[in-house]
Design a binder for this molecule. Sequence first.
Ligand code: KIV
Length: 280
Amino acid sequence: MERKKVTITDLQNKKQEHKKITMLTAYDYPMAHLVDEAGIDMILVGDSLGMVVLGYDSTVPVTMDEMIHHSKAVRRGTKYAFLVGDMPFMSYQVSREEAVRNAGRFMKEAGCDAVKLEGGDEVIDATIAIVNAGIPVLGHLGLTPQTISKLGGFRIQGKTAEAAKSLIEQALKLERAGCFGIVLECVPDLVAKLIAEKLSIPIIGIGAGKYCDGQVLVLNDMVGLFDRFVPKFVKQYVKLSHSISEGLKKYKEEVEKGTFPGADHAFTIKEEELKKLKKI
Ligand code: KIV
């Protein structure tokens, strides 16, 4: 069957047909191309960029310009997946106008299909304003890394009945505000199940168990390219940093020994040209 670009309707249909949605992050052209070629439904240019690519200690310092720069590269590598740009900290909190302007940059400059905002009650106004401007919004509830200090660190959210009830209410509000889906991070699996059942929009889990309508992981975590810490919910499908380190060591060794480049990796000049050259 001919492959077509993924749309919000496709994502909605997957939820209704109980087919799981696949989503991964990407931050550059080559990885976006591989993710897209693997048939993944959605690509998120996450602000996790700050930690796994730019080397910051958190996602807080990430700027709009950094997000746009990387989103453009991901767009160039993505043909079919639904592309979501992650709005960085302070790009949507100050005013509705600024939120719409910044969301618009993801669409106009980077060619994204949607944007993602972290939070519940506090982002309802911004969400409505962005949706009213014609830009699809993906919500993000549970553990929201941009406000980690307010949450008291990287910990599971919605563990008590009261906290879970509040999460469900926030999810319903985001749905009413017009979100086409919600990322749910670090939430007990049965709480995520309740939310996925109560809402008609897709719930994409990360550390939220198997009952969600789809799953997302940070690409560099799942391919073993970010080892500073590996959260419990991450499965490393390959260990790229190990393979890369092995390759780097071998390169250093061969250059130092003079075995690289060998004849296979060098260019030659014809004998007669060499003779002429020697006479010059
Ligand atoms: O920034 C990011 O990569 C994210 C995912 C964890 C969903 O928000």
